[in-house]
Design a protein around this ligand. Structure first.
Ligand code: UD1
Length: 466
């Protein structure tokens, strides 16, 4: 089912809007060569946009990818009364007027990250009403860690008809610093509570905090606005509340998951490519696993990674874990690579339940994978063959697309509303390194002629994407 395009009153952000029912057709078997540029990190950008709510001046945020999810987050901010202007990859967010404390259901239900505005709203206004979130279909994804943390900071919280109502009692409406232990190092809960604590009275310590680079990016953004935060990137984050935050000019880190996806595409298609800019430290677990599978991975010019294929793909096991463990958001893409390994591999998903739905789709392409509980046993096969496939979530969609680049014949990828949530210019970036793929309306999918690198131009692709 296609997502309903979001329209914003001021159309500050150009969300990608698919033609109804479009698909991507991918012809595999062509090696890639060249450089794939990496956009700003989607998950950092989303939460930093939420963090801009904390500031009553205008913040400039750079390196924002043009994605459907970013358009949705921008719409949430606009619905709350902020004004957002987009110029290329830069957003100016004027937070001088926050006129509403209620986030709109139609957007929050489609974007889990928009729930995270509950922290800054409470900190700024002393009241927030946010519907329970939606997002990728990868398990239940509850928010009780966010809620319990906000309660520890003094908020009163109750649920009413699917909406979380939170307010800070007392005339001043100020949260109070507290010691909060997270039962699990949730990325979103750490971010929500860190933002809430920036304007609280006194000191907050978040123990067993998430250490993901996006948490550190948010902390750096808040610090650039004058927040007092120590320890981001470790399991104990200390925040000393300040009365107010001021305007800043901040640039988002590169997207480690987008970069990782393209590196795996290089390994899968047995191609030598470079990908960047990246912070190589953010990719350490993936780079280490790529080396284990036989690829050579080298850092060039400080922030580009060159991947060169080995003689063969060697089987290996992965287990997803909170950072700095192997990222759950790279699990599906890495599984695509393991389908072509010599030998058997085990993929264990520990972060989300129900995040192995892509297995059935890989098997449609000729892979040999069996699921047992939270694990998938991948028996390497010599070749994948193109097939019609549907991505069950954002990363599964990307994984199926890059598998299609390595398969024989044509793969048709359905369910593009997932892919467009998180990959900027996906087809264009891959086509620029020689991949053969194009977006076409579903009605034309079967009749479209097979493209060659010379017959698929960017202008054709753009018109298909619009
Ligand atoms: C973020 C990322 C997502 C990534 C995930 C893990 C964004 C916008 N999304 O999601 O791409 O896959 O981190 O790296 O940044 N949980 C609870 N209770 C809670 C909160 C979480 O049980 O209150 C559980 C979740 O159901 C899940 C696990 O904790 O099983 C991890 O979730 P969390 O780290 O919170 O991920 P998100 O912030 O939702």
């Amino acid at each position: 089912m296609e997502a309903t395009p979001i329209t914003t009153p001021r159309s500050s952000t150009q969300s990608i809007q698919n033609p109804p029912e479009s698909v991507i057709e991918i012809w595999g078997g062509t090696p890639l060569s060249g450089h794939i540029p990496v956009s700003g990190a989607k998950n950092s950008a989303l939460v930093v946009l939420g963090g801009a709510l904390l500031c009553s001046q205008t913040c400039r945020i750079r390196n924002i990818p043009d994605l459907m999810d970013i358009g949705r987050m921008t719409s949430v901010l606009e619905a709350l009364g902020l004004s957002v202007d987009r110029n290329g990859d830069t957003l100016d967010i004027d937070g001088s007027h926050v006129s509403h404390s209620k986030a709109p259901y139609d957007i929050v239900s489609k974007l889990r990250a928009s729930f995270f505005v509950i922290g800054p709203l409470l900190a700024r206004l002393g009241v927030a009403r946010v519907p329970l979130p939606g997002g990728c279909a990868i398990g239940a994804r509850p928010v009780e860690l966010h809620i319990r943390g906000l309660q520890a900071l003094g908020a009163h919280v109750h649920m009413d008809h699917g909406v979380v109502h939170a307010y800070v009692p007392g005339a001043r409406g100020k949260l109070k610093g507290a010691k909060i232990y997270l039962d699990y190092p949730s990325v979103g809960a750490t971010e929500t509570l860190m933002m809430a604590a920036t304007l609280a009275e006194g000191e907050t310590v978040i123990e067993n905090a998430a250490k993901e680079p996006e948490v550190v990016d948010l902390a750096n953004f808040c610090r650039a606005m004058g927040a007092k935060i120590r320890g981001a990137g470790t399991s104990a984050i200390t925040i000393t509340g300040v009365p107010s935050l001021y305007a800043t000019d901040y640039s988002i880190i590169p997207d480690r998951i987008e970069a990782g996806t393209y590196l795996v595409a290089g390994a899968l298609t047995r191609s030598e490519i470079t990908v960047g800019p990246v912070d190589p430290d953010h990719l350490a677990p993936l780079l280490s696993k790529l080396r284990e599978t036989g690829s050579t991975v080298e850092l060039e010019d400080g922030n580009n990674i060159r991947i060169s294929p080995g003689e063969r793909v060697v089987a290996t096991d992965i287990q997803t874990l909170p950072y700095p463990g192997f990222p759950t958001d790279m699990q599906a893409q890495f599984m695509a690579l393991l389908t072509l390994a010599e030998g058997n591999s085990m993929v264990t998903e520990t972060v989300f339940e129900n995040r192995l739905q892509h297995v059935a789709e890989f098997n449609r392409m000729g892979a040999d994978i069996k699921v047992k509980g939270d694990s998938a046993i991948v028996r390497g096969v010599a070749q994948l063959s193109g097939a019609p496939v549907t991505g069950s979530d954002l990363r599964a969609s990307a994984a199926l697309a890059i598998a299609g680049l390595a398969a024989t014949g044509k793969t048709t990828l359905y369910g593009l509303h997932h892919l467009d949530r998180g990959y900027e210019k996906f087809e264009e970036k891959l086509r620029n390194v020689g991949a053969r793929l194009q977006r076409v309306p579903l009605s034309e999918a079967d009749s479209a002629a097979q493209p060659t690198p010379s017959t698929v131009t960017d202008s054709q692709a753009v018109s298909a994407a619009n």
